[in-house]
Design a protein around this ligand. Structure first.
Ligand code: SF4
Length: 239
């Protein structure tokens, strides 16, 4: 996994995204003028033998693209890691920098697009171009991966082809995204099934409006942790 990540962070395959991630890193947001922005593809993170994956869509321009870690340094991450900590899957409730000491327990956080896109919207071509990175990551996780929580419909649509390429049997018609959607994918080599769970994205658009409440998010994470064979909530990691 480390070799994959080292290769990934040098990728320049999408001209529009390379330009955007680097320009954002140069111009910076006023509040982060002191930061040396990452400005490169953001790899997934968490143990390489994770039983549970959390899949978003792409890093945020001033979040992951600044800190170099998925969901780190933005409001969406604040919501996600507070919930992961509450259910015992993260060592602390905040995620602010790559060296902040946060550890994930049995969970890897990743995305189907690894560079921050303008307006948080990668094009279909960019999603296609980036897909092999996620496929390779899933192939490496496959021996231990038992559940995936997908945050949002775009991530769901982008993930399904990678799951198929990585060796799981994706049902036809394709399973539809919804909050609480649950689909079970068989492994083409006879390994245990993979549980695919849908969850509304942790964006402010959803959390501020109450479309995704703290309870809804924690319920999905607890369910996924149980399906993945991870200890259920209440048992916190020491920070
Ligand atoms: Fe490479 Fe993916 Fe970034 Fe495109 S989005 S430049 S494929 S890492």
């Amino acid at each position: 996994m480390a070799a994959l990540d080292a290769e990934l962070i040098r990728c320049r395959a999408c001209p529009r995204l390379v330009e955007w991630r680097e320009e954002t890193a140069r111009v910076k947001r006023k509040a982060f003028q002191d930061w040396d922005y990452w400005g490169r593809p953001v790899p997934g993170w968490g143990p390489p033998d994770a039983a549970l994956a959390i899949v978003g869509l792409a890093p945020a321009a001033h979040g992951g693209n600044r800190t170099g870690r998925m969901f780190t340094g933005d409001r969406s991450g604040d919501v996600l890691f507070a919930a992961l900590n509450d259910v015992g899957l993260a060592s602390q409730p905040t995620s602010t920098a790559r060296d902040d000491g946060l550890e994930l327990r049995g969970v890897r956080v990743t995305a189907p697009v690894h560079c921050a896109p303008p307006a948080n919207k990668p094009t279909p071509e960019e999603r296609l171009t980036c897909r092999p990175w996620l496929t390779r990551e899933l192939q490496l996780l496959r021996p231990t991966l038992r559940a995936v929580v997908v945050l949002g419909a775009f991530g769901w649509q982008a993930l399904l082809p990678s799951l198929a390429e990585a060796g799981w049997e994706v049902p036809r018609p394709l399973p539809a995204f919804g909050h609480g959607a649950h689909s079970r994918l068989t492994d083409s080599r006879g390994a245990p099934d993979l549980h695919l769970l849908g969850c509304y994205h942790v964006s402010q658009q959803n959390t501020f409006t109450g479309r995704l409440t703290p309870t809804m998010l924690r319920d999905v994470l607890r369910h996924a942790a149980a399906l993945a064979g991870l200890p259920e909530g209440g048992e916190r990691l020491e920070g």
